[in-house]
Design a protein around this ligand. Structure first.
Ligand code: MN3
Length: 405
């Protein structure tokens, strides 16, 4: 067996006619990925149709999007905003639902072809599981789902013969490099921008602020992923995401820092040949590719120019400055609920940093401590993952309190 089975599902899935309109559900439509996906859809009205939009708190943007794209249904996660959304859309035929359970159920609607999972964090898990069981093609932007429960998700996808198309730019790059290949992967190389603090000393890192961290040199993204990028936890999570998407062993995944973010990642085959995918850092491209795969759509996105990039550079990541990378690799090797614990501890640590309760370097200290204190489960069920997630969040908040006193 050359190409692993989840990839086989995806690379060789039977695509609908290229002329057939694809009906899209966007989970997390008001976030950075969601709004860029709507830009792609708006630019290609003959190819895509918005079927469902969901958001958790941002009801204002959700209503605006609904009035523009006229989906079949919208779901607002936070039930407090149900009547506001319902009233604002009362002059339309759009169905309005509220609550997390409704988000998890709406994915089963039979008029949906593709589900773009663009919500933040652990909240993506249950809706993604339901979407796979309902045999919907997944455009995966919520990497935390793969980090937390990659084994379970890939098993389910194989059972249900469901393609999972990566949206994350590095994984999209690898996926694009694998199209047409039938031979095994020797290794993959994930590129990392290194974030805004690549050249900081450890001492400087102690004093960086939330505003410094939110200022990413290349990519414009949501605040959680921007902090993850500054701490390099984002790359740690992406290693775990890659393991499951491409069925790799931990030692087959390497990370290289590439500050220009032009080479989006590479695959090395057994003959030593390297394939890379390149382009300007623009998330609309991997989003569009995931929605249109296996076809490519003409776009007016800005083009790469050699005159603006005379140097593409590469360097080893500094594991002493960015300990999250090591913590993530350890969680990957340990398996079971370890990545789930890593993810939950990280979500709370990032949130506390964003609220200026802890310093930049303390994020890794706290995550490490939480992992060492959490019970290990080698083969978790869905319930175990949910339980681990809840317990880890509570434990992380306690550890943070200790740090503050
Ligand atoms: Mn990425």
């Amino acid at each position: 067996m050359a190409i692993p089975s989840i990839l086989k599902n995806t690379l060789y899935f039977n695509p609908p006619d290229s002329k057939l309109k694809r009906r899209i559900a966007i989970l997390g439509s008001t976030g950075s990925i969601g709004t860029q996906a709507l830009e792609v859809i708006a630019a290609n009205p003959d190819l895509f149709e918005v079927e469902v939009l969901t958001a958790y708190n941002n009801y204002e943007t959700l209503v605006k999007q609904a009035l523009t794209f006229l989906p079949n249904a919208v779901v607002i996660g936070n039930k407090d905003y149900y009547s506001i959304v319902k009233d604002a859309l009362s002059s339309t035929d759009i169905k309005v639902y509220a609550g997390s359970v409704a988000i998890a159920q709406i994915v089963e609607m039979d008029t949906i072809d593709i589900i773009l999972t663009a919500m933040v964090g652990f909240s993506g898990l249950i809706p993604t599981i339901n979407a796979i069981k309902a045999k919907k093609t997944i455009a995966l932007a919520n990497k935390e789902t793969m980090v937390v429960a990659g084994e379970l998700i890939t098993e389910l996808a194989i059972q249900n013969n469901v393609p999972i198309i990566p949206v994350d730019s590095e994984h999209s790059a690898i996926f694009q490099c694998l199209v047409g290949e039938k031979s095994p992967i020797e290794k993959i190389i994930l590129t990392a921008s290194g974030g805004p603090f690549r050249q900081h000393t450890l001492d400087q890192l102690k004093h960086v602020t939330c505003a410094d961290a939110l200022n990413h040199p290349n990519w414009c993204m949501g605040s959680k992923i921007t902090i993850d990028s500054a701490t390099m936890m984002n790359k740690g999570l992406e290693i775990i995401e890659a393991k499951w998407l491409f069925n790799l062993k931990p030692e087959q995944i390497e990370v290289i820092v590439h500050p220009q973010s032009i080479v989006h990642s590479l695959v090395q085959f057994e003959d030593g040949s390297l394939k890379a995918q390149l382009g300007l850092p623009d998330m609309r491209l991997p989003i569009q590719y995931a929605l249109s795969f296996p076809y490519r759509i003409k776009s007016d996105f800005p083009r790469f120019s050699f005159s603006s990039y005379s140097n593409l550079t590469f360097e080893e990541p500094d594991a002493t400055k960015f300990r999250n990378l090591t913590l993530a690799k350890e969680a990957l090797i340990k398996g079971g609920n370890a990545p789930c614990i890593l993810n939950a501890a990280n979500e709370i640590a990032v949130d506390s940093f964003l609220n200026e309760r802890i310093g930049f370097l303390q994020m890794s200290d706290i995550i490490e401590k939480v992992i060492s204190k959490s019970p290990y489960i080698s083969k978790p069920s869905i319930e175990d993952y949910s339980q681990s997630d809840i317990e880890t969040r509570a434990l992380t908040l306690n550890v943070i309190k200790e740090y503050q006193s």
